[in-house]
Write a protein that binds this ligand. Structure first.
Ligand SMILES: [Fe+2]
Length: 384
């Protein structure tokens, strides 16, 4: 048995990733179908399987685990439960399958072993430095909440694949997403969309000197990154943070295990297509190490990162998924960035389940040989 894949529908000319599947039942997936699905996730980055409303949490867990058979730890381990962590407020584990997280909006009753839980869809007001006005929100304006990959970025390696299951969505209405970063960029989106951008595109659209700099750069993440950033505020695009000196000091953090600090290359190789992805979780970065030398200045680091990543979230490159109830999305977490979007009202209900596993493997680095096709004579190497 095989299933058919079709390109995702998007009006955005730069979106060259993502497929949908309508003839697969994840409750009855065969080994051959899983192999095909696995290859599709790494090849196309985002796979939407429609009509899976009947899929139980255990099946979501089992499918997610098949991408990482040797590990049984949720992508954030237990770190996201620390109360002040910026992750804690958005996720709650299902009692019977704790690797699957419940998220959404509104009060959920008698759901998968949970008697009652009030869920809150993340709103930019709790994370961004500047806010939309009440009037703007009433008019249906919204923002990207936080561009990220799902990863603890301390002690644990980033999950390879995340599954995001849209069990129930609010009544659809359109919202206008504002970038509010001095550009007039906007995006027309469905309420509660999830936005994705391709890390491969993020790399491909860089000019030769920035490609070269990316290849020479390693990214150092903060220890306990989600606590470290818990008082800091994000840019209006949700792409990284502004500098106001609000990051927690080492004394304010739990003890730091130096060996648990994560330093990854800026460029990661796709395990199937062998293509290069620029893959950075901007909010959690503490330093960039260029040609072996740390920059050591957080403002410089963030400004440079923004230069690397802002082109990739231009409206033309964003796939904003229009959820239907029962959509089961699998995405290559090491190949895309994604963001929660939308300003929901008290009367809107949304029930989602998310699952991923911290990986046993480091991301695959890009070698000189992989980078060779991008070498050109026509640039001057950037010195930082
Ligand atoms: Fe996420």
């Amino acid at each position: 048995m095989t299933f058919t894949i079709q390109p995702l529908q998007s009006n955005q000319p730069g979106v060259d990733f993502g497929v949908s599947v309508s003839d697969l039942d994840l409750e009855k997936i065969t080994d051959d179908e899983f192999k095909q699905l696995e290859e599709a996730v790494y090849t196309h980055q985002v796979v939407v399987v429609h009509n899976q409303g009947h899929v139980c949490p255990k099946t979501q867990y089992n499918i997610t685990k098949r991408f990482e058979p040797e590990v049984d730890t949720y992508g954030h381990g237990a770190q996201h439960r620390a109360e002040q962590s910026v992750i804690a407020r958005d996720l709650s584990p299902l009692p019977e399958v704790p690797q699957v997280q419940l998220l959404g909006h509104g009060t959920v009753r008698d759901y998968q072993g949970i008697k009652e839980r009030k869920l809150t869809h993340p709103n930019h007001r709790v994370f961004h430095q500047t806010h939309l006005t009440d009037e703007q929100e009433a008019e249906g304006k919204t923002r990207f909440y936080r561009w990220h990959m799902d990863a603890a970025l301390y002690k644990l390696n980033p999950p390879k694949v995340t599954t995001l299951f849209g069990v129930k969505n609010p009544e659809p209405r359109r919202q206008t997403l504002l970038y509010d970063d001095g550009t007039d960029d906007t995006l027309d989106v469905q309420l509660g969309t999830t936005a994705f951008i391709s890390g491969q595109k993020a790399f491909e659209i860089l000019p030769p000197d920035m490609k070269d700099l990316a290849f020479r750069t390693k990214v150092k993440y903060a220890a306990h990154p989600y606590l470290w950033m818990s008082k800091a505020r994000a840019r209006s695009t949700g792409l990284g943070m502004v500098c106001e000196g609000k990051e927690l000091s080492h004394e304010e953090l739990p003890p730091i295990d130096e060996d648990a600090i994560k330093i990854y290359p800026m460029l990661w190789k796709n395990p199937v297509t062998k293509k290069i992805h620029l893959q950075v979780h901007p909010a959690a970065v503490e330093d960039l190490i260029i040609d072996g030398k740390p920059i050591g200045d957080l403002k410089k680091v963030r400004d440079l990162l923004y230069q690397f990543q802002r082109p990739s979230i231009a409206p033309a490159n964003v796939y904003a998924h229009e959820w239907q109830d029962g959509d089961f999305v699998l995405f290559h977490n090491r190949g895309v960035l994604h963001s929660v979007v939308g300003t929901l009202k008290d009367t809107d209900t949304r029930i989602f389940q998310q699952c991923n596993m911290a990986s046993a493997d480091d991301p695959i680095p890009v070698t000189e040989e992989d980078f060779a096709p991008y070498r050109t004579e026509n640039f001057t190497a950037i010195k930082v």
